[in-house]
Design a protein. Structure first.
Length: 216
């Protein structure tokens, strides 16, 4: 099963992808996480990508497609894959079709999570991530029990550098310009896009998401 999660920054794609993979197994592929990992490892890709990420701009399609191609070359084609934050442009969507053909899989589902902009800004400003285990909290909606400390592993919580207000505004504009054309693209795709309202508590979004996938 190959699932693509679409939706604006902060809508909850990462949260829902992690919950789905916890329950059905498989691989959660977040291009944002792969790029942040490459930056922490000091690779050329990570260092080059950081310039774009800090400004809230998209990393060039060729770099992203290379990253995905490398990643999928070591992935079992039978495994469940949830793409989170990829593809983000029509060129990436077309590139993905080619990569999936090479590994003999197809896209099973495309889910679009939706929420209004003021909610996205609140979620992004309140997000805190654990530098140790990657768990994600929110000071407004899901605060850690001890401020600044991960409730799962005790590691330190940080705010992502691209969650600052100016960068968030640009990320939302970039989403509108470059990523919303994918809604039309996948509406006419055989996998057929389904919409899920993310404007409800996390557990309710999860229920609606599973219903859209027809998982009990
Ligand atoms: P990336 O890391 O992919 O960021 P994004 O798509 O902007 O998405 P986010 O991670 O910000 O949000 P999310 O929807 O996953 O929400 P989350 O679950 O965390 O990309 C970062 C950058 O990398 C890009 O700007 C670009 O530069 C580059 N990049 C990445 N992929 C690329 C690509 N394919 N092409 C080119 N460049 C690329 O939730 C957010 C917060 O809300 C959390 O605190 C969470 O706890 C909370 N929350 C979640 N659900 C709910 C709910 N239902 N109610 C209340 N709070 C909730």
């Amino acid at each position: 099963m190959v699932i693509i999660l679409l939706g604006p920054p902060g809508v909850g794609k990462g949260t829902q992808a992690a919950r789905l993979i916890d329950s059905v197994g498989g691989e959660h592929i977040s291009t944002g996480d792969l790029l942040r990992e490459a930056y922490r490892d000091g690779t050329d890709l990570g260092l080059g990508a950081q310039e774009f990420m800090d400004k809230g701009e998209l990393v060039p399609d060729l770099l992203i497609l290379g990253l995905i191609r490398d990643h999928l070359s070591t992935t079992d084609p039978e495994t469940n894959i949830v793409f989170d934050g990829f593809p983000r442009t029509i060129a990436q969507a077309e590139g993905l079709e080619g990569v999936l053909l090479d590994v003999a899989c197809g896209i099973s589902e495309v889910i679009l999570f939706e929420a209004p902009e003021d909610e996205l800004i609140k979620r992004l400003s309140g997000r805190r991530s654990c530098t140790n285990c990657g768990a994600v909290f929110n000071v407004h909606f899901d605060p850690p029990i001890i401020e600044g400390e991960c409730g799962r592993c005790g590691g330190p919580l940080i705010q992502r550098s691209d969650d600052q207000p100016d960068t968030v505004r640009n990320r939302l504009m970039v989403y509108e310009t470059h990523t919303t054309p994918l809604i039309e693209h996948y509406t006419s795709h055989p996998a057929s896009l389904k919409r899920v309202s993310a404007m409800q508590p996390v557990n309710d979004v999860q229920r609606a998401f599973r219903a859209a996938l027809e998982i009990d």
